[in-house]
Design a protein around this ligand. Structure first.
Ligand code: SF4
Length: 870
């Protein structure tokens, strides 16, 4: 058994892994890890299904040809050297990732900032929490998360702002849910324009108008002061700027939040009267052109009440990625240096002394969106992308693809071959994946954990730090990168955190600067700070001041509410919000391999309010084109009661590999916060139009199919098969002919026509491929047909049911990914009298494993109660 850390969200759950010896593994939560105490969510539980080498990049490639490592590394080093020599260091850039381990991150940052001599390195965490970093630094003088996860459980009021915790950080949601079960008096407020699954446990949902968060928290600040909730001693002794912040707050108009007065009163009253209050916030706050002001507006309320750094209270930024915090620690954002230092002269000098270099740049580099704009404009001529997929994930994503096509030298280090970005880059360097990598990650509560390999390196893949060090050596900096392994890098990182620190900087893990290799191997999770000579402890920051501005005081920031940069208009009347769904992760390079994760949301959707849909002649299951001033995507329509009129939501996960037309980021606007540079991924004005498709189809096939040109397709994994969900504008008969030909090319055998628009390839009694195609969308076709693919040899009755209909199960989509329980099974249990979560669990087992589906089961229960009462 190996202890490691989950590679997905910023909760950073500990896992216990038992490899099966055949390339797979059993994955369970680690009961000894402080982040999750044995809990796990559906994504973590399905990790064992994502380990195959299918779609992996296993050999270095240059211009599409397999080359040796030496040749690939020479190409990278020679290219960077030549461009730097010709045009200067600011014409090259790295774009890295919160998926990198801290040691990999450290190596990348050291090479480009310390030795190439530019700060042009940015991380995809720019898309996730750059506004929090900037807000922290403005308020605290440092990028410090003051609290700990246990504060959610200790609080009497938890305010969740712009966070669908139930889907995006499920284990923290489980912890919160459990705490509320034990202490029902604990109050939970959700501040979110959407009524998400997180509202399931909320006492109050404030469905505010998108973008009006500053107005809300300004109103709260003014109200707290008016009601006498000011912690005068704390404010006088430890802060600066309250009066200006209050003047700005009073000038805000809370009416723009469009919230019921009674709900506002309740919220203000609870906040004013509850000492133990935590405000947890996430991408709904950060991904905005006013993200930094939103962060500071809510931090202001905690400074005013002195509720910070004590058990059960404080502002808490929760990160999206597993190692966003590690990236912040090593300085992988272009506007930070290393070990939480900046570009102040003394910091530049200190880092230069430590690395023994005089090349450390004196100014910040390009932030993600401007970095790729600079690539497109030719100002950046070489870019090295590591462990991330900007062609799919950055806003205005088609422009990123164009930028890479025009770039003199585009390099990608990646574990996955099937990636839009790998397709777009000239030099492809095979990197290790989660199961093979060795190092550390830091979660949202400053907890550093080991990630340990449990599978051997496949093909010629190498860990990122090794690749970076080899390029550094070829550039003539071998001595500074002569690490023998990850423990060497971790020790150096720890030494830098303590170097000339003396408590002046928050990030200090000097206690680990001299650990030996075996202590590193067996390192237990710990929360920083951990200065040399200190005892391991779980520390909060700022209960007694001690802020990191030069005077030791925090800053109130006067914030004025402002509209998103691109407001809806007559031409683009709908406000598009993007985000995650429960069972997928980022650009799906891993989660798409898991059949059970595919059951929850199998294709890219546009969620619409029923009124907006009706105005456009759209019904559930239609295909709609989402069009903006920047681009377009074609998605399946999903009507939702969670959205206000005029708003839409689309998951950000789908790439061209999985749905060529379904890349929503092609349509997302590239506006950024002026301070943090974080893109406004939650506010794109769009129009939504019905695509006049003539038919909808579902294909399941044992071997992948080369699809003919169709208007819309999405592909996912089924158990033992590939599933395709399709729709098209061409006539049904010709589409049917083209698709059946494609099926038979990849899955040879006799074609058999069935009833109800069904056709199949059945060879020697085994179902090789099956298609249902017709005028109407049949959402349950995949679930009905999948059981037949699992049968080794169809008997005559099964063949008859497949081709002519009968008692095949209508599963209606999966609700419990862990145990494969369908929506239909849960509905049947409820209809038969199971009217509580426990009762549904007892009958169907749904919700009894990781618990990620419990909010959806509760929603079905709620919907059923009025029916039963009637
Ligand atoms: Fe992984 Fe789920 Fe834990 Fe996040 S909550 S770290 S996705 S197991």
């Amino acid at each position: 058994m190996i202890r490691t850390t989950c590679p997905y969200c910023g909760v950073g759950c500990g896992l216990k892994i038992t490899p099966d010896g055949k390339g797979g593994a059993d994955v369970v939560g680690d009961p000894d890890h402080p982040a999750n105490r044995g809990r796990i969510c559906s994504k973590g539980a399905a990790l064992g299904e994502t380990l195959s080498l299918e779609d992996r990049l296993l050999h270095p490639e240059v211009d599409g040809r397999h080359v040796s490592w030496d040749s690939a590394l020479d190409t990278v080093a020679d290219g960077f050297r030549e461009i730097v020599t010709r045009h200067g260091p600011d014409t090259v850039a790295f774009y890295v990732s919160g998926q990198l381990l801290t040691e990999d991150y450290y190596a990348a940052n050291k090479l480009i900032k310390g030795f190439i001599g530019t700060a042009n390195i940015d991380t995809n965490s720019r898309l996730c929490m750059a506004s929090s970093v900037a807000g922290h630094k403005r308020a605290f003088g440092s990028d410090t998360v003051p609290g700990l996860y246990e504060d959610f459980e200790l609080a009497d009021l938890v305010v969740l702002v712009g966070s669908n915790l139930a889907w995006c950080h499920p284990v923290l949601f489980q912890r919160l849910e459990a705490a509320k079960r034990v202490r029902p008096a604990m109050r939970i407020v959700v501040v979110d324009p959407r009524r998400t699954e997180t509202c399931d446990i909320a006492d109050l949902h404030l469905g505010l108008r998108p973008g009006s968060d500053v107005a809300l928290f300004n109103a709260l600040l003014a109200e707290l002061q008016r009601r006498g909730a000011t912690a005068k001693r704390f404010v006088d002794k430890h802060t600066v700027g309250m009066d200006d912040a209050l003047i700005a707050a009073r000038a805000s108009d809370v009416g723009q939040c469009d919230l019921p007065k009674a709900d506002l009163e309740t919220f203000f009253d609870w906040f004013a009267r509850t000492e133990k209050t935590v405000t947890l916030y996430s991408q709904g706050v950060n991904q905005s052109s006013a993200g930094v002001d939103k962060v500071n507006a809510l931090i202001n309320c905690h400074l005013l009440t002195g509720r910070i750094g004590r058990p059960g209270m404080g502002p808490f930024s929760i990160t999206g990625q597993p190692n966003a915090m590690g990236g912040r620690e090593v300085g992988a954002l272009s506007n930070t240096l290393a070990a939480h230092m900046d570009f102040a002269l003394e910091d530049v000098g200190r880092v230069g002394r430590f690395w023994n270099t005089n090349r450390v740049p004196r100014k910040a580099g390009l932030k993600a969106v401007e970095l790729f704009e600079a690539v497109r404009a030719g100002r950046v001529k070489a870019v090295w992308i590591m462990a991330t997929n900007p062609v799919a994930s950055l806003p205005n994503a088609d422009a990123v693809r164009a930028a890479l096509a025009a770039c003199e030298l585009s390099v990608v280090s990646e574990a996955i071959r099937a990636s839009d970005t790998v397709d777009a880059c000239r030099v492809r360097l095979p990197a290790l994946a989660w199961a093979e990598k060795n190092g550390t990650v830091t979660n949202s509560e400053r907890g550093i954990s080991r990630q340990r390999p449990f599978l051997p390196p496949p093909g010629e893949a190498r860990q990122d730090w090794w690749i970076i060090a080899e390029v550094a050596r070829r550039l003539g900096h071998g001595e500074a990168f002569a690490w023998k392994g990850v423990a060497d890098i971790f020790r150096e990182h720890a030494r830098l955190s303590a170097f000339e620190n003396d408590g002046q900087r928050d990030f200090d893990i000097g206690a680990y600067a001299d650990i030996d290799d075996s202590a590193y191997d067996s390192l237990k999770p710990f929360v920083w700070p951990a200065a040399k000579g200190s005892h391991p402890t779980t520390t909060r920051f700022f209960a007694d001041g001690g802020f990191f501005h030069s005077d030791g005081r925090a800053r109130f920031i006067a914030t004025a509410a402002r509209e998103p940069l691109h407001a809806p208009s007559t031409e683009w009347p709908i406000r598009l919000n993007t985000g995650r769904v429960r069972d997928q992760w980022h650009t799906m390079t891993r989660t798409a391999k898991s059949p059970r994760l595919a059951g929850h949301r199998p294709e890219p959707t546009i969620e619409l309010n029923a009124i907006d849909a009706a105005q456009r002649g759209l019904q559930d299951g239609d295909i709609a084109e989402v069009i903006s001033a920047w681009g377009r995507a074609a998605l399946r329509v999903h009507l939702s009661r969670a959205l206000r009129q005029g708003e839409a939501f689309a998951p950000m996960h789908w790439t061209a590999q999985l749905s060529r037309a379904g890349r929503i980021n092609a349509a997302v606007n590239p506006a950024v916060d002026p301070i943090s540079g974080q893109p406004e991924l939650k506010h794109t004005p769009v129009e939504v139009r019905r695509v006049a498709v003539q038919w909808h189809g579902t294909i399941l096939a044992r071997r992948p199919i080369m699809l003919p040109a169709v208007t819309y397709w999405a592909r996912i994994r089924g158990a033992g098969c590939h599933a395709y969900l399709l729709a098209g504008e061409q006539p049904l008969a010709s589409a049917r002919r083209a698709l059946s030909a494609a099926m038979r090319t990849a899955n040879p055998g006799p074609w058999v026509d069935g009833e109800d628009a069904l056709g199949a390839v059945i060879s020697d009694g085994r179902l090789e491929a099956v298609m249902r195609i017709g005028k109407a969308h049949d959402e349950t076709a995949r679930d009905r047909l999948a059981p037949f693919m699992a049968v080794a040899q169809l008997d005559s009755e099964q063949r008859c049911v497949l081709l002519h209909g009968g008692d095949a199960a209508d599963r209606g989509g999966e609700i419990c990914a862990c145990l494969g329980v369908s929506n239909a099974s849960v509905q049947a249990a409820i209809a038969n009298g199971a009217m509580t979560l426990d009762a549904v669990g007892a009958v169907t087992k749904a919700g009894t494993s990781c618990g990620s589906c419990r909010p959806e089961i509760r929603a079905l229960l709620r919907a059923a109660r009025p029916r039963q009462a009637a």
